[in-house]
Design a protein around this ligand. Structure first.
Ligand SMILES: C[S@@+](CC[C@H](N)C(=O)[O-])C[C@H]1O[C@@H](n2cnc3c(N)ncnc32)[C@H](O)[C@@H]1O
Length: 349
């Protein structure tokens, strides 16, 4: 199935012209995330995509009974978030880890269960705005695009190393790009390609002149696709969502902000699977094998308000999905959430 763009004008590059000297990132749908976590039990919240720490800060401010464990694989993000959130003292800890490191981080910090978790997928503004990180078609830089700056594999390996069919596949799948074939062919013909400006110019020339004037920068979708491939952004996501659902305390909530249809489809599928489409009658043992571990808090994903969409172009394509952990005692037809558990789950320690 072809990925459909959520918002042809949206995407992260729209306001990346500004000077990115500090590590600044305008968090998306912060009020909605804080509201979604209002009913969660006391304890620890996982911020799996810490970035500049905006969501963590809002959660820590809103709920003095919650701590935050923040993860990010970008060392700049970890440094910036630690500085920004230092005022919360022991209520905030950060680890430079990818999603796969979640369980080890929980065990290192003696966290048995999570009260909530947030994934705010995609890139942060500083990753895009700093030319030397090589994410942006607007600033000339090396073909890099690595979130984890120690990773050996970079955009140059994809652009200069993939064969035409693989380039076409990723540009089509991760970029929702209808001119994927033409772009892949042009990239292969122009190799070696050294810089983001060179790549952007090759893509622009490959796209029919009539479409260059519509739908934002012609290189936007291809850059998004290469970035997703370099960082294997979708590969870890399904497993990480299952892992987090398994770690939530009863009544704990998982909120995910996604920005393109490939991400959102994974989130929707995992949530649907975990909400267990079991047909067996409540009160009788389940024979179909489906196990419900969450309830979907709202069937239709939330989107940003008109005001936020207007003021923050990066928010335009955002979709917020939330699930709540339930423990079902099928034999007795009971659903347990934190509200049934005096004192809620344990936090750290
Ligand atoms: C959109 S930003 C998060 C912004 C943050 N919510 C805020 O309010 O400042 C996404 C962050 O997630 C990180 N990230 C993306 N995929 C990751 C992964 N698989 N493991 C760890 N961090 C990841 C990126 O490095 C980036 O800093």
């Amino acid at each position: 199935m072809t990925d459909q763009p959520m918002d042809a004008e949206g995407g992260y590059e729209a306001d990346s012209d500004r000077d990115g000297l500090g590590f600044e990132h305008r968090s998306v749908m912060t009020a909605e995330v804080v509201a979604a976590f209002e009913p969660v039990p006391s304890g620890t919240v996982l911020d799996a995509t810490l970035g500049a720490g905006g969501h963590s800060e809002a959660i820590l401010d809103a709920r003095p009974d919650l701590d935050v464990l923040g993860l990010d694989r970008d060392p700049d993000a970890i440094r910036a978030a630690r500085e920004r959130l230092a005022r919360f003292g022991e209520r905030f800890v950060a680890e430079r880890l990818a999603f796969g490191g979640l369980r080890s981080a929980m065990s290192d910090h003696d966290i048995e269960k999570l009260s909530a978790a947030i994934f705010d997928l995609g890139v942060s503004s500083p990753q895009l705005d700093r030319a030397e990180r090589g994410f942006s078609y607007r600033h000339d830089g090396p073909l890099d695009m690595r979130m984890d700056t120690d990773q050996a594999w970079s955009a140059s390996d994809v652009v200069n190393g993939y064969d035409e069919a693989d380039l076409r596949r990723i540009i089509h799948r991760y970029g929702d790009e209808r001119f994927a074939s033409r772009i892949a062919r042009a990239i292969v013909a122009a190799r070696p390609i050294e810089s983001t400006a060179e790549l952007a110019q090759i893509i622009t020339a490959a796209v029919p002149a009539a479409t260059r004037r519509r739908g934002g920068h012609p290189a936007k979708r291809t850059f998004q696709a290469i970035r997703i491939e370099v960082n294997r952004e979708l590969d870890e996501l399904s497993d990480a969502l299952d892992d987090v659902i398994g770690a939530l305390a009863p009544g704990g909530r998982l909120a995910v902000l996604s920005y393109h249809s490939g991400e959102d489809r994974i989130v929707k599928d995992r949530f649907r699977a975990a909400s267990g489409d079991c047909d067996c009658p409540i009160g009788l043992p389940c024979v179909c094998g489906a196990v419900q571990t969450v309830r979907i808090v709202r069937g239709v994903p939330r989107t940003p308000s008109a005001v936020e969409r207007e003021s923050n172009p990066r928010a335009r394509s955002a979709r917020l999905r939330v699930v709540e952990r339930v423990d079902i005692d099928r034999d007795h037809g009971a659903i347990t959430t934190a509200r049934d558990t005096p004192g809620g789950p344990g936090g750290r320690g």
